[in-house]
Design a binder for this molecule. Structure first.
Ligand code: NAP
Length: 282
């Protein structure tokens, strides 16, 4: 069994990005490379995520702009900010930090982001490109999972891949990316019957459901690759994933830990997408 080291892959990828950005800066930039983060309200978990994104930008030499809006912002307030950033040539990419306050229509706001600046791969336009097999800005977490699989040269073609969880943010794009790499993909959710039977057939299992230590050894076949997207708290309040690592690890060929697996890749791929958006725009 090999543990997939997300910290290592993230650090390696970020170092490559930093090098590329430095070379681009040395050659002279026409425009700034910049990531705008729109943060509405004061969700404490989001505070941490936003800080990490700003810090990651600094590390690789990308400019960041934090646009903080109050909890009681109206749809028009947020839409106006998105519109202004859409027009700003020094803003390469932007993300609307989710979740946003409940009174705001998330889908409508996300779809106001200019697709070419949608570095979180959230707009219907970018999702449509992904779904139709065209080049796109891919949602950062599933994109990060693909990077991990490739870093460890894990073969994908012809493999049975089971994705548990069908969110727009993780499960659906994850299934599409594995399909694009010629896996035979099954996408499971809360109404799936005999889930353990389905996951037990998988060469690759990706779990993204938000249920602490849900995947047990009896749900995994010997030698499977297990990717844990979950970020949960166990009974003692300790950070853990959707996979019961201690129970499952011995059966796997590869497994991601939590923390230190998929998590570090998400912000890394946001930075990678920002650089990609810059190159496409310039
Ligand atoms: P979400 O939007 O809440 O979606 C959860 C999905 O899991 C739904 O499709 C749901 O099915 C399915 N599900 C729930 N209980 C299930 C069960 N018992 N059996 C089978 N399927 C079940 O969650 P998300 O945003 O995708 O996030 C999932 C997890 O990943 C969370 O722990 C989140 O914190 C974590 N996450 C981590 C990162 C990272 O960077 N590491 C990034 C994003 C998310 P239905 O559709 O039928 O309701």
């Amino acid at each position: 069994m090999q543990i997939i080291d997300g910290k290592l892959v993230a650090a390696t990828t970020r170092a490559q990005i930093a090098q590329e950005v430095a070379a681009m800066r040395a050659g002279g930039l026409k425009r700034e490379i910049g990531l705008a983060v729109i943060f509405v309200g004061n969700n404490p978990a989001s505070e941490v995520y936003v800080r990490n994104k700003i810090k990651a930008c600094e590390e690789v030499g990308i400019k960041s702009y934090l646009c903080k809006l109050p909890e009681d912002s109206t749809f028009e307030d947020v839409a106006g900010t998105i519109e202004r950033l859409n027009q700003d040539p020094d803003v390469t990419g932007m993300i609307l930090q989710l979740p946003i306050p409940k009174h705001l229509d998330e889908n409508k706001l996300v779809d106001l982001i200019a697709p070419e600046k949608d570095v979180d791969g959230c707009t219907a336009a970018q999702k449509g490109l992904l779904w139709t097999g065209r080049d796109s800005l891919i949602a950062c977490t599933p994109f990060g999972v693909m990077k991990l699989l490739d870093f460890y040269n894990i073969p994908l073609e012809g493999k049975n891949a089971v994705v548990v969880g069908r969110s727009n943010l993780v499960g659906k794009p994850m299934a599409q990316l594995l399909l694009d790499r010629n896996c035979t993909v099954t996408l499971c959710h809360s109404r799936t019957k005999n889930l353990a039977e389905v996951t037990s057939q998988a060469d690759i299992v990706v779990v993204a459901i938000g249920k602490a230590k849900f995947l047990k050894a009896n749900m995994v076949k010997d030698g499977a690759v297990v990717i844990d997207v979950g970020m949960d708290r166990d009974e003692n309040g300790k950070l853990c994933g959707d996979v019961d690592f201690a129970d499952v690890a011995d059966k796997c060929s590869y497994i991601t830990p939590v923390p230190g697996g998929v998590g570090p890749m998400t912000v890394t791929m946001l930075i990678a997408n920002t650089l990609k958006a810059y190159k496409q725009a310039n």
